[in-house]
Design a protein around this ligand. Sequence first.
Ligand SMILES: Nc1ncnc2c1ncn2[C@@H]1O[C@H](COP(=O)(O)OP(=O)(O)OP(=O)(O)O)[C@@H](O)[C@H]1O
Length: 324
Amino acid sequence: MRLRGVGRRYGVAGPWVLSGVDLDLPERALLRVHGANGSGKSTLLRLLAGIDAPTTGSVSGRPRTAYVPERFPAALPLTALGYLTHMGRVHGLRRAPAARSAREWLERFGAGEYARTAMSALSKGTSQKVAVAQALLAGPGLLVLDEAWTGLDPEARGVLDRAVAERVADGGTVVFVDHDARRLAGAQDGAYRVADGRVVPDPGSGPVPGVASPGAEAGARVRIEVEGPPGARPPGELPGRPVLGTGPDGTVLLTAPAAYSDALLRALLDARPPWHIRSVSALRDPAYGPVPDRAHDPDRAHDPDPAPGPDPGPAPAREESGPR
Ligand SMILES: Nc1ncnc2c1ncn2[C@@H]1O[C@H](COP(=O)(O)OP(=O)(O)OP(=O)(O)O)[C@@H](O)[C@H]1O
């Protein structure tokens, strides 16, 4: 997808919020957008999502796109399931697959019991789960997330992290804004900074080491020990670009952002011939104590928070360390 000479201002004489923006969005990439308050991040995301049009310039080559807005219009005259099924149809699914996908995403976010609840009666957190589910349920080629983690409990934030990793592993592009600089910090492929109406690649982006904290999804990593056919190397282009190492008995160790653990496991199991998974371990700073048992479950590996709560504050830089 390409933006050429894109400018946006609100009103005929309003100041230019964005101007002269040239951008080529790569496929299979997780991209962060950051910048000061009011710099134009949401404006850029709306243009990328196609729900707003540039005042000048052109946008071309947009894949099928889904968008989670900063503010979700929750007071819709539909149940959660009805709304999601409708959105599945908007995204091109037939009725039965749309309803099935809607149910699956509600379950995945732990909101299955609210399927028949009116959207206007949902709590803020559940409403945000629906907002996120509507964007995920049809597997978009471009997923645009504007503060989509805000209002989600830690469990649901982990689900979203993994869903983002799955999208990228499947070849999609995910562009996100989040107030927490640690969000998916170890997993991103690049970043753009919005300032003074311009959008510039941030050379300090890409995987950001040492910025995670306990309880934050960002920066958490997983190590997977695998065994393949004798002498074989794991397939190239694995999700999360794992770092390869040698394990005991000739096994291979893959270390990757924890958000990618599900996608990585799936790719290894789907490989021909498939790889045998020996073990999966969460890696975290020894300063915060041993990895809890449940962190060995790949579904929970990046979510050590026991209960819903606000994002934890900044933590000291950490070094990676494993259980062995
Ligand atoms: N619909 C609109 N009508 C008029 N002005 C708007 C509109 N949307 C955004 N703006 C203005 O455009 C500028 C950029 O807003 P935008 O929301 O894109 O920035 P942002 O970087 O996402 O901000 P924040 O970090 O506070 O969410 C601001 O000055 C804002 O007031």
